[in-house]
Design a protein around this ligand. Structure first.
Ligand SMILES: C[C@](O)(CO)[C@H](O)COP(=O)(O)OP(=O)(O)OC[C@H]1O[C@@H](n2ccc(N)nc2=O)[C@H](O)[C@@H]1O
Ligand SMILES: Nc1ncnc2c1ncn2[C@@H]1O[C@H](COP(=O)(O)OP(=O)(O)OP(=O)(O)O)[C@@H](O)[C@H]1O
Length: 299
């Protein structure tokens, strides 16, 4: 029996170049992160402030009439079917019955396992981009619900606004944060998120605070509960935190590996970067309360 859902939900148009979309997949920072509990399924309950950066990966998407999802180039050490971009596309097809496909080119700039949410951001850009390309018009709430099945960090990228997040990252309240310049330093090694969340020494009992209290203290009061554990499991991250922390206020993002310092001007961030030890890499970027993805889509 033909799948009639596909006819109603997915518009099959001509595959012209004008249909193609080039979209950003920005990085995120966790400006603070508290671990306030653990769910029966092992996932950790967090309180965190998410903010985007005007720096990240990019995706180029063009529709295919034959239903195939083709992603280029391959990411080292990752099967195409495990890539969150392909998983997002297949999930969208499965949920809507859409029979269109896509050629997707991913330009990767964000380090994997970097705490910058690169994979999650790629998934969100694929969801929003294909929703637009295939004319599904699912709406952000439905896309965020699909995104949560792919990763705890996906919903904030789908909603596209800096946010106070609770639960595992799915309860989001939009906030306006200060937008300083950041110097983001990668210590040269990846951090495995499950290794940090699985560590016995991780503290999971920070008393919950209100969003108002978190915002009231501002950046000087913010910390990341993963830092002590990441410092002891990954000495390279500890070394980077010590180096950057001696020059500017510094924090870990997510479970690392990246750390960030904030400055008033890009010139100040670049001045610090100029002295960076050779085994670290870094970039400067500005904080953004509206995701560059949503700015590009005009949402
Ligand atoms: C640390 C953060 O980056 C903060 O923004 C996120 O909470 C991590 O989100 P993510 O990378 O999208 O994580 P997922 O891919 O959903 O989960 C990877 C693994 O980390 C652990 N995990 C993740 C998120 C969470 N709140 N509690 C967890 O315990 C789980 O073992 C999970 O299997
Ligand atoms: N498109 C993708 N880009 C990066 N990683 C991907 C992608 N698809 C799947 N992955 C897998 O997801 C893992 C986490 O990658 P990601 O770059 O999102 O890490 P992260 O920045 O530490 O994430 P987070 O801050 O959400 O914990 C990778 O090690 C890789 O195995």
């Amino acid at each position: 029996m033909p799948d009639t859902r596909s006819d109603s939900l997915c518009e099959t148009g001509s595959n012209t170049r004008a249909d193609s979309l080039a979209l950003p997949a920005p990085a995120k920072l966790n400006r603070m992160l508290h671990i306030v509990g653990r769910r029966p399924d092992g996932y950790h309950e967090l309180q965190t402030l998410f903010q985007f950066l005007d720096h990240g990966d990019s995706l180029h998407l063009s529709p295919r009439p034959d239903g195939e999802i083709r992603l280029t180039p391959a990411l080292a050490g990752l099967d195409a079917e495990d890539n969150l971009v392909v998983r997002a596309a297949r999930l969208l097809q499965a949920e809507t019955g859409c029979r269109r496909g896509a050629d997707i080119h991913l330009t990767k700039r964000l380090p994997m396992g970097g705490g910058l949410g690169g994979g999650s951001s790629n998934a969100a850009t694929a969801l929003l981009g294909l929703d637009r390309l295939w004319r599904l018009d699912l709406g952000l709430d439905a896309l965020a619900e699909l995104g949560l099945r792919l990763g705890a960090d996906v919903p904030v990228f789908v909603h596209g606004h800096a946010a106070w997040a609770e639960g595992i990252g799915e309860h989001l309240v939009p906030v306006e944060l200060d937008t300083p310049w950041f110097l983001v330093v990668h210590p040269g090694i990846p951090v495995a998120t499950p290794a940090v969340f699985g560590a016995a020494q991780l503290t999971r009992d920070t008393p919950p605070i209100t969003m108002a209290r978190a915002l009231q203290g501002g950046a000087p009061s913010w910390r990341n509960d993963c830092e002590a554990t990441v410092r002891s499991l990954y000495p390279q991250v500890a070394e980077a935190l010590d180096w950057l922390g001696a020059r500017a206020p510094t924090m870990l993002t997510g479970t690392g590996a990246c750390i960030f310092a904030w400055t008033d001007t890009q010139a100040e961030a670049q001045r610090i970067a100029a002295d960076l030890p050779g085994h670290f890499t870094a970039f400067t970027a500005r904080g953004a309360n509206l995701s560059p993805l949503h700015a590009a889509l005009g949402r």
